[in-house]
Design a protein around this ligand. Structure first.
Ligand SMILES: [Zn+2]
Length: 403
């Protein structure tokens, strides 16, 4: 039966800005949005959800996560609060390498179960499309193991999962050049042959790969038809954003130290800048991305969670939207576009999701607030009432409202 969401205080269509429709309805059939308007329909023909007093917006798109991992790093978190830097913790054997050890030690079943629970949590917080990176395996066998788990998750969950092979860091006891050869000669071809990833991403920063190493690896990935992403300019000015522009990456992510001229170059090349305010908040980093420059260039900024056990354990996109406002000083309108329409662009998924308009997948969240500005204002509350993916209700807070 078709589904009608009606009486919404506000529908945020994300067409021409937020595209707010007051007192609107959405008609859904066979998982697709059929109509959006001030509709008065014959409700007997529909299953209905009464959205009185609620904001309805596109399902959130979380375009940057490291969701498959084993173990947690709360001791490191406490050390950082005491003033030990992220880089110092890495030198002491913590950081990414500690998650690599725990993830390698876990079985595929254990990792799958952990990740599945996290996806259920994401759905409760309104995420309907999520990108998941590998990168805690490092060796060919362990990276392929991670990507197989992401593939299984993709096949067995209702939300869209976009898989990314992340070239994360250089393993201990391996020379840089040797590892880069392994990535180029072995891992990238195998990931491609087994169809395990759509994107290839690289950590281009002072603790990981240089700009020229990143270029070499991404060019190889391009030969195998991967779409490209870069972790750029997070810890220092790495030149990653400029490289993203040169290679026409789909997105460049973090961008804390990115200069205005690099922002302009990315914009001209059509790279979606993806900001991760949860990480800045979690790591208590004072340096912020140049929001003013992004706005002046007219960039379509995406925002994402960067959910991972070391630098951001926040997976709730409403919280990330609030942090984009509170920590980065973004307007709520821009933050919302970043978590929906622009996030979809950062995953090359804009033709399917990220807006509420006829023909798109019926990926919709219903929020228990009467106007959208309360998303960042009511920061402490869990406001998601329903999460709907391709017309199917995956999560509903108050079942009495569903008839
Ligand atoms: Zn990341």
């Amino acid at each position: 039966m078709a589904l009608l969401i009606h009486n919404a205080s506000e529908i945020l269509t994300m067409k021409d800005g937020l595209g707010v429709i007051k007192n609107g309805s959405i008609m859904i059939d066979k998982g697709i949005i059929k109509d959006v308007a001030h509709m008065k329909s014959d409700q007997k023909k529909f299953q209905t959800i009464d959205a009185t007093g609620c904001v309805v917006c596109p399902g959130f798109v979380d375009s940057h996560t490291h969701l498959v991992f084993a173990g947690t790093r709360e001791d490191e978190f406490a050390m950082r609060i005491r003033g030990v830097t992220y880089e110092k913790i890495g030198e002491m054997g913590g950081g990414i390498m500690s998650t690599v050890m725990k993830t390698r030690a876990a079985t595929e079943e254990e990792l799958y179960t952990l990740a599945q629970k996290r996806i259920e949590a994401l759905v409760r917080h309104g995420t309907t499309t999520v990108e998941i990176k590998s990168g805690y395996g490092l060796s060919p066998a362990e990276e392929l193991k991670m990507l197989r788990i992401i593939k299984q998750l993709r096949e067995h969950t209702d939300i869209d999962i976009i898989p990314t092979y992340l070239v994360h860091t250089i393993p201990f006891q391996m020379k840089r050049r040797d590892y880069i050869d392994v990535v180029i000669e072995e891992i990238i071809p195998k990931v491609a042959q087994q169809g395990l990833a759509l994107f290839c991403d690289i950590f281009c920063d002072k603790t990981a790969f240089t700009r020229s190493e990143s270029r070499k690896i991404l060019l190889r990935a391009q030969e195998y038809n991967f779409k490209l992403k870069i972790h750029a300019d997070e810890l220092t000015y790495s030149g990653g954003a400029r490289l993203a522009a040169q290679l026409k990456c789909v997105s460049a992510d973090h961008l804390i130290y990115t200069t205005k001229s690099a922002i302009e170059a990315m914009n001209e090349a059509g790279v979606i800048p993806t900001l991760l305010p949860g990480t800045s908040f979690f790591l208590r980093i004072k340096k912020k991305p140049n929001i003013k420059a992004f706005k002046e260039t007219g960039s379509a900024i995406a925002i994402a969670s960067d959910f991972n056990p070391g630098t951001c354990m926040i997976y709730s996109m409403p919280k990330i939207i609030a942090l984009a406002c509170i920590v980065y000083g973004m307007d709520i309108d821009d933050a919302l576009l970043g978590a929906t329409k622009n996030g979809a662009q950062a995953l090359d998924m804009a033709q399917h999701t990220g807006t509420i308009e006829p023909g798109k997948q019926a990926d919709v969240v219903i929020l228990d607030i009467d106007n959208y500005k309360k998303i960042s204002y009511q920061f402490g509350e869990d406001i998601v009432k329903y999460t709907i993916k391709k017309g199917k209700v995956l999560y509903g807070k108050d079942s009495r409202m569903y008839s």
